[in-house]
Design a protein around this ligand. Structure first.
Ligand SMILES: CC(C)(COP(=O)(O)OP(=O)(O)OC[C@H]1O[C@@H](n2cnc3c(N)ncnc32)[C@H](O)[C@@H]1OP(=O)(O)O)[C@@H](O)C(=O)NCCC(=O)NCCS
Length: 178
């Protein structure tokens, strides 16, 4: 992974050629990630880059979750009002860079953001609404599925929400700043 780094999306980044193989994610990244970040402030995107190439992205936003939606063992000792979480809204690696650790790098970066959020504003863990094909990727990283939402269909299945408690995120050496 020498030469690969994760940084904030910049307005001038050329996103037009990004191809993850998922049209919805590519459309989001090319058309909406910038305005969501720079104009509407509803989420922040980080990119994994090598030189001027974008190898992957993750979009995160603060969120909250009702305690009853958490997996049973994560509920223990928590108060019953809505709990702060970091939400991974979207994540993808480019098809050309699949399987070389970009997904893991972006996920690890996001987990450290959750650590930073917990230190500064409060955060009990990370939530992701995963596409069916990515569920095992998140499970492999320690996430646990909870409450399957209703309303999906065979043609357009609902995403599977998964949760990783803050206590399962190791504090990276050197403090809380990613
Ligand atoms: C899911 C995704 C982000 C993974 O990215 P990646 O760059 O290929 O992942 P990595 O190379 O970091 O792989 C890390 C580990 O996860 C495994 N993995 C990767 N994709 C996986 C998947 N879809 N299911 C299960 N395991 C997966 C890898 O084999 C690897 O395991 P290893 O460490 O034992 O070798 C990528 O496949 C992707 O962009 N998919 C299309 C979009 C998508 O589904 N995004 C998620 C939306 S919620």
């Amino acid at each position: 992974m020498t030469g690969i780094r994760v940084r904030l999306l910049e307005d001038h980044d050329d996103r037009s050629g990004f191809d993850s193989g998922n049209i919805d994610l590519d459309r989001f990244f090319r058309k909406y990630a910038g305005q969501n970040q720079f104009k509407h402030h509803v989420g922040v995107t980080y990119v994994a880059t090598e030189g001027s190439s974008i190898l992957g992205f993750v979009t995160v936003a603060p969120g909250s979750i009702e305690i009853e939606h958490l997996p049973a063992k994560a509920r223990r000792k928590l108060p019953t009002y809505p709990l702060p979480v970091l939400r991974i809204a979207r994540m993808a690696s480019s098809r050309a860079a699949r399987g070389i650790g970009i997904g893991e790098l972006l996920l690890e970066f996001s987990l450290q953001l959750a650590r930073e959020m917990s230190a500064r504003f409060g955060c009990v863990g990370v939530v992701v609404d995963a596409k069916e094909e990515a569920v095992s990727f998140y499970e492999g990283c320690g996430f646990e599925p909870f409450d399957v939402l209703e309303g999906g269909s065979e043609a357009r299945p609902m995403p599977q929400p998964l949760f990783l408690p803050l206590g399962s995120i190791p504090l990276r050496e050197g403090g809380t700043d990613p």
